[in-house]
Write a protein that binds this ligand. Structure first.
Ligand code: NAG
Length: 177
């Protein structure tokens, strides 16, 4: 503790010197957007059909249809819960799940770089991710207990479900491209 003030001063000094190199002032303002691949536990990837995200096996030339997921952490929520905002198409369209008794999943035009600045109002766009045995689940911040899911059948829309069962898959692979 006794060392803290001296360290802070030294850092301030460094920051003053580094200004112009964006070392100390930029990170607080900029949001880094990550680009990941997501696919379900049955190896189905996501693509757009009739403006809806669906999960299916994409073979051959169709592999090019796969949507990459763009995501940012949402610091308006408890960091330990790994809150993220998920989008496609360079973060111009984001996954949203407004609060409801039977929540639905939507794709909304929104700038993934701006949404975190909306604070808790961004809940509909926020998902808490949790990890187990190499797989991720994504729980809607606006609808606690509801998770992103795919259908066990191919080429069905991405949706939300409370529980995994024979027809709903809640587990995803989620990796850097
Ligand atoms: C993605 O969005 C960012 C920020 O709006 C922009 O600077 C960049 O050029 C976009 N990239 C592509 C491939 O459109």
């Amino acid at each position: 503790m006794a060392c803290q003030p001296a360290l802070t001063l030294a850092l301030l000094f460094l920051c003053a010197e580094a200004e112009g190199f964006a070392l100390c002032n930029a990170p607080a303002l900029q949001t880094k957007v990550f680009q990941y691949r997501i696919w379900d536990v049955n190896q189905k990837s996501l693509y757009l059909r009739n403006d809806q995200l669906v999960a299916g096996h994409l073979q051959g030339a169709n592999a090019a249809l796969e949507e990459r997921v763009f995501w940012v952490p949402n610091r308006a929520f408890e960091p330990a819960r790994l809150p993220v905002i998920l989008g496609i198409q360079n973060g111009t369209r984001c996954l949203a799940s407004p609060p409801a008794s039977q929540p639905t999943l939507q794709l909304q035009d929104a700038d993934i770089r701006e949404l975190p600045r909306a604070g808790v109002a961004s809940a509909a766009f926020t998902f808490f991710r949790s990890y187990k045995d190499g797989l991720w689940r994504f729980e809607s911040a606006a609808n606690p207990g509801w998770f992103l899911c795919t259908s066990a059948r191919g080429h069905q829309p991405l949706g939300l479900s409370r529980h995994p069962d024979a027809t709903h898959l809640l587990d995803f692979y989620f990796q850097l491209c």
